[in-house]
Design a protein around this ligand. Structure first.
Ligand code: ADP
Ligand code: MG
Length: 629
């Protein structure tokens, strides 16, 4: 038996390890299984290149919990270690790694979720164990070794009996960590961190149902057998070549990733690059709702099939964090803070690669199957619009396939739309006005008025569309967006000089005065317009600029106007001075009749804008019945 002292400058590092990232104690299991996996893959490599003249076989890794003995075993059939290697890799290398890591990151560790995931390695075992044993036999023809350490810098090393190649790590679980002896907890950790690791991991046994033998009776139970319970899928879809996968394989991998998700993904993007950085993965577009915040943190980041985190902020451009799926890259530095990550050159390249891949995929979908793309547009538009807003490179690409649906269900690209409306919807100043509605039902009468003029009306209802319009207005020439209820239609797209008014200046003044007196609601501004006599007598409009600024501020940033969010709604009451009803109002002498006329007309205007509610609506209905009588 040999004893020794681990060479360490910090007198006792174990209490430090234990304290380190308290909430992250659970990563010890991932670290030990990673080591077991590494050892197995190294063995595989050595046998393939002929360096080791041993049979590789079908090695697995086994996790065994011994509740009574309060021990957890992690057993592999990897390359094992000789006595010298234990000295070197466990006593010196691993330890100095752990020490260096602690010195470097102790202070900064707490502010970043990603730190602490990697680097502690073997010694993370001491976060949950008061004593750790290693029994290991190298593939080389040397005796097995038994190493043990009780948490002080002293260790014991002696020869062991082990006959088979590989390493067994035995953790004597500390009293404050006994949860890690529970099957449920172990299963949870294995599923979280090791679900896609490349070597099969066994945890206990499970019962498998076999097909009934021929001639078995209906009531005979199906035979069963006990088999190894393998918790992982060592060959997940993202590690395969796209050419070897069918659409169904992508769907079933999605279900494997998100077992609780019943909806199918809309489509997938297979990422696969090995120069100038390494990255594989599959991204999925889920059906997205309009709630921007609900959908984040669903992309899982792996490093060589080991789960790292599901917070990919800083690695994936913000607008793509709404997607789901897996990214696997050994090139993403993990032991750094998020702000450092964002500045890292490799990470920047990864981010722009992913952005480009997403744009290319969309573009090919649009080109090759436009009908399908249109059918899915509503479910993906939020990501694309968000991307167009936040990444200029993406904007340039997406501008060719981003769609603008009309209220009648046609879909135009921006270029197609411009071509379609430039003759009809260009005003006297040469500006092409793009009309849109945000709600087909609520803005129905305005939409109909615009359509009657032969105009196209888009249906734009995403929460961030105001920001995108703003961007389009500033990046394209001579276009502007206007919601159908932003003004009277003839004012929205002003064709020639205004119509001649039937009313004299004097009459107009009287009319305006009387109307302003009659309308008590101060959010309305009276605006007299000479229009076609068959245009509505009263129309309520909501000026585009103010409304859009308010909406933009509600969805965050970009609006620019301070305090806009708390401003009251402002409406214009457009009065068509050429309408017979307006003349009648002016000519009516009885105050009572006048009042009824104005109330009823104003209510009708409010009704068509969806503004008539509560008592006002009740009064209106009552009054209308009186009039029907
Ligand atoms: P890292 O895995 O980053 O090298 P660790 O602290 O996890 O750091 O492990 C240190 C070293 O100990 C490994 O590089 C390896 O050489 C050796 N080692 C650890 N676990 C095993 C194992 N199960 N089989 C063989 N060697 C191992
Ligand atoms: Mg390791």
């Amino acid at each position: 038996m040999a004893t020794g002292k681990i060479n360490v400058s910090v007198d006792n590092i174990f209490p430090l390890i234990k304290k380190f990232l308290y909430s992250d104690h659970e990563i010890f299991l991932r670290e030990l299984i990673s080591n077991a996996t590494d050892a197995t893959l190294k063995m595989k490599h050595l046998t393939t290149i002929g360096e080791a003249k041993v049979e590789y076989g079908n090695p697995i890794i086994e996790v065994k919990a011994d509740k009574e003995g309060k021990k957890l075993h992690i057993i592999d059939q990897g390359l094992g270690m000789t006595e010298e290697e234990v000295r070197k890799y466990i006593n010196e290398v691993a330890f100095s790694g752990a020490e260096e890591f602690l010195n470097k990151y102790e202070d900064s560790a707490k502010d970043s979720g990603i730190i602490g995931h990697f680097g502690l390695g073997f010694y993370s075992a001491f976060m949950v164990a008061h004593k750790v044993e290693i029994i290991t036999k190298s593939f080389k023809d040397e005796p097995a070794v038994h190493w043990s350490c009780d948490g002080s810098p002293e260790f014991i090393m002696e020869l062991a009996e082990k006959e088979t190649r590989g390493t067994e790590i035995i953790l004597h679980i500390a009293d404050d960590s006994t949860e890690f002896l529970e099957d449920g907890k172990i299963n949870e950790l294995l599923t979280k961190y090791n679900k896609f690791m490349p070597i099969p991991i066994k945890f206990g046994m499970k019962t498998e149902t076999l097909p009934k033998p021929e001639g078995a009776k209906e009531e005979d139970p199906a035979p069963t057998q006990e088999v190894d319970n393998i918790i992982n899928n060592p060959n997940p879809a993202w590690t395969k070549q796209p050419a070897d996968l069918k659409p169904e394989d992508y769907k079933s991998f999605y279900r494997e990733l998100y077992p609780m998700q019943f909806e199918e993904p809309l489509f997938h993007i297979h990422l696969n690059v090995d120069y100038p950085f390494n990255l594989t993965g599959i991204l999925y577009f889920p059906k997205l709702s309009n709630d921007l915040n609900q959908q984040k943190d669903r992309i899982q980041l792996y490093q060589n099939q080991v789960f790292v985190t599901d917070n990919v902020e800083g690695i994936v451009p913000e607008f793509l964090t709404m997607l789901r799926g897996v990214i696997d890259s050994p090139d993403i530095p993990l032991n750094v803070s998020r702000s450092y990550l964002q500045a890292d050159g490799a990470v920047k390249k990864i981010s722009s690669y992913i952005t480009r891949k997403v744009a290319d995929k969309m573009n090919s979908l649009f080109k090759n199957d436009r009908a399908e793309f249109e059918a899915k547009w509503n479910d993906i538009k939020i990501v694309i619009e968000y991307g167009m807003l936040s990444e200029d490179k993406f904007f340039d690409k997406a501008d060719k396939f981003a769609l603008y649906p009309t209220v009648d269900g046609s879909y135009f690209t921006f270029e197609e739309l411009q071509e379609k409306i430039k003759d009809t919807q260009t005003d006297k100043d040469g500006k092409t006005v793009i009309l849109y509605a945000s709600d087909k039902e609520a803005q129905h009468s305005y939409i109909e008025t615009a359509k009657a003029k032969g105009y196209e009306v888009l249906l734009l209802d995403s929460p961030i569309i105001g920001h995108l319009m703003q961007k389009l207005e500033s990046s394209k020439e001579n276009i502007s967006f206007a919601r159908v209820d932003a003004d009277h239609i003839d004012k929205l797209i002003q064709k020639e000089e205004t119509q001649i008014s039937k009313l004299s200046e004097e009459e107009k003044e009287t009319l305006k005065k009387e109307l302003e007196e009659a309308i008590t609601d101060k959010s309305f501004t009276v605006q007299l317009e000479a229009m076609d006599s068959d245009s509505s007598p009263f129309t309520i409009t909501e000026p585009e600029f103010m409304r859009r600024m308010k909406e933009m501020q509600q969805t965050g940033g970009g609006g620019g106007m301070f305090g806009m969010g708390s401003m009251p709604d402002m409406y214009n009451l457009i009065v068509n001075t050429n309408h017979p009803l307006v003349s009648e109002f002016l000519n009516t002498k009885t105050a009572k009749k006048k009042e009824r006329l104005i109330n009823q007309s104003l209510d009708l205007a409010k009704l068509s804008k969806g503004l008539l509610k509560g008592k006002a609506l009740t009064d209106f209905i009552k009054r209308s019945y009186e009039m029907v009588k």
